[in-house]
Design a protein around this ligand. Structure first.
Ligand code: CUA
Length: 365
């Protein structure tokens, strides 16, 4: 910019790609981050310049042209071609500069490069699900992508408006029920990055986040193949550790592991209550009366299965029935894994509700 010393701009614009987090901005971790920051700082510095220039002129004029006595009458100027041209042309040039920079950035952000790796994203109160069509893998609250590879997200919502926002990548896009929106990024550094929901979507909006795991290109295929099939080869005994690590993410915004109340009942001790049928529904029915030959659920396992696939079927007293259906999102074996997780929750968590095992069943550090 013609009136801003370039060195000053460079320092504050974090003009080098991959700049670390500073007072103003989070880390730059995508190919577009640098240009987004640069545009932001150019506009910010134009604002600084005019704020101080106009305030200074105001103060100077107040002092210089103040009424010095009651009987001095002065006539102000009516016209000044030079000043009028200046205050028309200079702002016009500035907005042209801002427009060109903004438009170039916008076009780049809207068009994913040819051949980008595609991920289907679903937002649902209050979690993110990521599906990798290339590998048939599904992730919840976690998105694994390769470094230095353009990734295109095709996003939709199952209920209300949400918004995918990855601050370190400087990208954000609304996620809308009944239509698809897209967003693309190319991560430039291996690491974990926050993905937040940036559209107020109800009670647990603040818990609707996920982690973007950027991993080396050479590890990506192996990781995805493993993610896609790891539960298929597991015995029933191995499923609880898998479920608490890979599937519980999808439940955690509403169901705690430490017994504390949230949008839904805590999972702690849930299996004991379900087994005894010691649960009352808003319909006035009692769960224990729905067990046994020829009844709604027959065995407790069916009640859990039905609660996941058709949560509105029976609503537990004291809760609002906020849970969405997981029909089509979980394979039968994953539902079995969740049921097994309830049965073995004591072995998977400590007294505070912290998860104590890894997906392969080994103890967590
Ligand atoms: Cu989803 Cu806020």
């Amino acid at each position: 910019m013609f009136f801003i010393p370039t060195s000053l701009l460079a320092t504050l614009a974090t003009a080098t790609q991959g700049a670390p987090a500073n007072f103003w901005m989070p880390k730059q971790a995508s190919t577009v981050a640098q240009s987004v920051d640069f545009t932001f700082f150019v506009i910010t510095w134009i604002c600084y310049f005019f704020f101080f220039a106009i305030t200074a002129a105001l103060v100077i004029f107040m002092i210089k042209y103040r009424r010095k006595s009651n009987d001095i009458i002065v006539r102000g100027p009516t016209h000044n071609i030079a000043i009028e041209l200046t205050w028309t042309i200079v702002p016009m040039l500035l907005v042209i500069v801002i427009f060109v920079m903004g438009m170039r950035g916008y076009i780049n952000l809207r068009q994913a490069p040819e051949g980008s790796y595609e991920v289907q994203v679903t937002g649902q109160k209050w979690a993110w699900t990521f599906q990798h069509p290339t590998y048939g893998a599904t992730q919840v609250a976690e998105l694994t992508v390769p470094v230095n590879t353009p990734v295109r997200l095709i996003m939709t919502s199952n209920d209300v408006l949400h918004s995918v926002w990855i601050p370190d990548f400087r990208v954000k896009m609304d996620v809308i029920p009944g239509r698809y929106t897209t967003l693309w990024f190319e991560a430039t550094a291996v690491g974990d990055y926050n993905l937040n929901c940036a559209e107020y979507c109800g009670k647990d909006h603040s818990k609707m986040f996920a982690t973007v795991r950027v991993i080396p290109k050479e590890d990506f295929e192996k990781t995805m193949v493993k993610l896609a099939s790891e539960y298929e080869d597991m015995s029933v005994g191995e499923l609880p550790a898998y479920a608490i690590n890979r599937l519980y993410n999808r439940c955690q915004s509403c169901h705690t592991l430490d017994g504390s109340e949230s949008t839904g009942p805590s999972f702690k001790g849930l299996w004991d209550r379900v087994k005894k049928g010691d649960i009352n529904f808003t319909s006035g029915e009692k769960l224990s009366n729905l067990y046994g030959e020829g009844t709604t659920y027959e065995v407790p396992e069916n009640y859990i299965r039905a609660s996941i696939l058709n949560p509105q079927g029976h609503i537990v007293q004291g809760y609002l029935g906020a849970m969405p259906s997981f029909q089509g999102q979980l394979k039968d074996k994953q539902i079995t894994a969740i049921i097994e997780m309830f049965k073995h929750l004591n072995e998977l968590t400590d007294a505070e509700g912290n998860i104590t095992v890894n997906p392969d069943g080994t103890p967590r550090e």
